[in-house]
Design a protein around this ligand. Structure first.
Ligand code: ATP
Ligand code: MG
Length: 183
């Protein structure tokens, strides 16, 4: 029996725009062939697990880079909308066929583009979706094969959530299913 680990969450208040800027800078640093452009930086303090939200951003940003193998622009936007922080990451890469869109956030799911030889486990979006769900967030995407993709996520500000903060909710990954344990 394999227990691939657990995720624990610790909530703190942080400057969301600053965290976004730092995530963009670090992916830019390792992706010299791409131009990452933070077009709008939201100004808001957000309460959540900073490390995990960074992980979501890094997954979205590194996918945008990885699936635009010819280089090019990656456009990042963030704004406040009705008590939510909204983030989008747009690339002009290989895109995704409409019949693959539904399954992208499944664990281990990868589009069969083996001819293109992209390395990966198919875990990035699955983990991201779990983290976003834990923050009462939502996510969606738009894509067109051969033209590019835009991934979005939305996180409610703490005010709109339960007043009792969630301190730690470990999440256990087992063979092929997830067990959520409340402590
Ligand atoms: P890793 O576990 O290293 O992240 P991965 O990138 O293959 O591996 P996910 O990030 O979960 O896994 O993405 C799942 C699949 O979705 C990818 O294999 C790819 O086919 C598709 N995909 C994700 N982001 C993009 C994108 N920006 N453009 C095109 N396809 C994408
Ligand atoms: Mg990935």
């Amino acid at each position: 029996k394999i227990n691939a680990g657990k995720m624990t969450y610790s909530m703190t208040e942080f400057d969301f725009g600053q965290m976004l800027e730092e995530s963009v800078e670090s992916v830019q640093y390792i992706s010299p062939d791409h131009e990452l452009v933070l077009q709008e930086k939201v100004e808001v303090n957000y309460t959540g697990d900073r490390f995990r939200i960074e992980q979501v951003l890094n997954n979205f940003l590194s996918n945008a880079v990885k699936y635009s193998p010819g280089g090019g622009k990656v456009l990042i936007n963030s704004r406040l909308q009705q008590g939510n922080v909204m983030v989008s990451v747009q690339d002009f890469g290989i895109g995704i066929a409409s019949n693959d869109l539904q399954r992208l956030f499944e664990r281990y799911y990868r589009v069969d583009n083996s001819a293109l030889r992209f390395e990966g486990l198919g875990l990035g979006l699955f983990i991201s979706s779990e983290i976003l769900k834990r923050h009462q967030g939502s996510f969606w995407l738009e894509s067109r094969l051969g033209e590019g993709s835009t991934f979005y996520f939305r996180l409610p500000l703490s005010k709109t959530r339960s007043s009792k903060p969630i301190i730690q909710k470990p999440l256990y990954y087992k063979d092929d299913h997830i067990t959520i344990a409340y402590h």
